[in-house]
Design a protein around this ligand. Structure first.
Ligand code: NAD
Ligand code: WQD
Length: 344
């Protein structure tokens, strides 16, 4: 029988792409999602791509009764990949308790149930936000953790500490913490992708919605930063490349490849790209000119951050390979698909 993996938040953006890669590698996936930021139609998209329908359970991962039932109903789960979380940075500032409650209760609940159900491996979605404004780039995993600038970011820092403390206590589980840089793009089939709620806060969905005419123009937040063209620099990583790293991480834990019970990896490309460069690459890749204007800086923005992904490259044998132009084209094709389906 194929090894069974629980993917929480599996109908979300990164979770759905990871579910596709897991199924394609022969894993048996159980998705648990409360659909607070996704919809069940995503399961159809996953099935259309892979030819296999993952088990889908609509439930709150922070609910101990519901999660115990899930583990009893679907026995034999070997690892959990925990994507479920609230993730809007701005909203976390106005509703901090919602973020602390959801993100931390999900985590504690799952960790607590793991030993009882013999679940050995836990992959956690962390973020480059833990590095804040780094002293130097690229950033490796030993770079100092900076004070969090939002409750959302703080939940990632606290979560990393909770996992570490739990494992040190002798819980008998293993964990791989993955710190994502900026995940972007969509599956090349355009059958799944990012579904932003309301006005997008992130660059790529705002850009593609502008390109298709939903928004009149893109605001570029600042061109007076200490960077070559004055706009901020990020490490934009293709979501399918990112998804593949989770398969490698799960396999590593299930096969006990590492003697360390807890490991941390940066997931990025290693290339810093500015916001203005990205807009140009989008035009070159798609032939679509995106109207934009330079406006003031956005509060809380990091000037520049990009990954040193060598640990993931060398230890996991994983590397981000998709060129940025292809990634941006995939984001555009996804936007066109949403229009075709009358969603946006
Ligand atoms: P997403 O919102 O698309 O997916 C998260 C999913 O979790 C959603 O489908 C949502 O419905 C579900 N969910 C939320 N609370 C839940 C609960 N209590 N019970 C069950 N399901 C619940 O977000 P994403 O971009 O796919 O992010 C996945 C993970 O990666 C998150 O933990 C996020 O913080 C982290 N992350 C994301 C980024 C990014 O830029 N997208 C960067 C770094 C880290
Ligand atoms: C990227 C760049 C903006 C929108 C956020 C979270 C971080 C992580 C990833 C989860 C910045 C600029 C954006 C726009 C713009 N998430 N921009 N106009 O801020 O790097 O990271 O998502 O962990 O925690 O903070 O991503 O896509 O919002 O912005 O000019 O309309 O694009 O200023 O320089 P960010 P982003």
């Amino acid at each position: 029988m194929n090894e069974r993996i629980l993917v929480t938040g599996g109908t979300g953006y990164i979770g759905s792409h990871t579910t596709v890669e897991l199924i394609e590698e022969g894993y048996d996936v159980v998705i648990c999602d409360n659909l607070s930021n996704s919809n069940r139609g995503v399961v159809d998209g996953i099935e259309a791509i892979t030819g296999r329908r993952p088990i889908f359970v609509e439930a709150d991962c922070a609910d101990p009764v519901a999660m115990r039932k899930l583990m009893e109903d679907y026995p034999g789960i070997k690892a959990i990949i925990n994507f479920a979380a609230s993730k809007a940075v701005g909203e976390s500032v106005s509703k901090p308790l919602l973020y602390y409650r959801n993100n931390l209760n999900i985590l504690i609940n799952l960790l607590e149930l793991m030993p009882e159900f013999g679940i050995r491996g836990f992959v956690f979605s962390s973020s480059c936000t833990v590095y804040g404004e780094p002293d130097r780039n690229p950033v490796d995993e030993t770079s100092p953790i900076k004070a969090a600038t939002s409750p959302y970011g703080n939940t990632k820092q606290i979560s990393e500490e909770i996992i570490t403390d739990y494992i040190r206590s002798g819980a008998g589980i293993k964990s791989i913490i993955l710190r994502y840089f900026n995940p972007v793009g969509a599956h090349p089939s355009a059958l799944i992708g990012e579904l932003p709620n309301g006005v997008p806060q992130n660059l790529i969905p705002y850009l593609t919605q502008t390109a298709i005419g939903i928004r009149p123009e893109l605001s570029v937040f600042g061109n007076d930063y200490n960077t070559p063209d004055g706009s901020c620099i990020r490490d934009f990583i293709n979501v399918v490349d990112l998804a593949k790293a989770h398969v490698v991480a799960a396999r590593r834990m299930l096969s006990d490849e590492s003697s360390d019970d807890i490991e941390i990896f940066n997931l990025g490309t290693g290339n810093g790209v500015s916001v203005l460069e990205l807009i140009n690459t989008f035009r070159e890749a798609t032939g679509v000119d995106v109207p934009y204007k330079i406006v003031g800086r956005r509060e809380g923005d990091i000037e520049k951050v990009w990954a040193d992904p060598s640990r993931a490259n060398n230890v996991l044998g994983w590397k981000a390979t998709t060129p940025l132009a292809d990634t941006l084209l995939s984001a555009w094709n996804w936007q066109l698909q949403l229009r075709k389906r009358g969603i946006m």
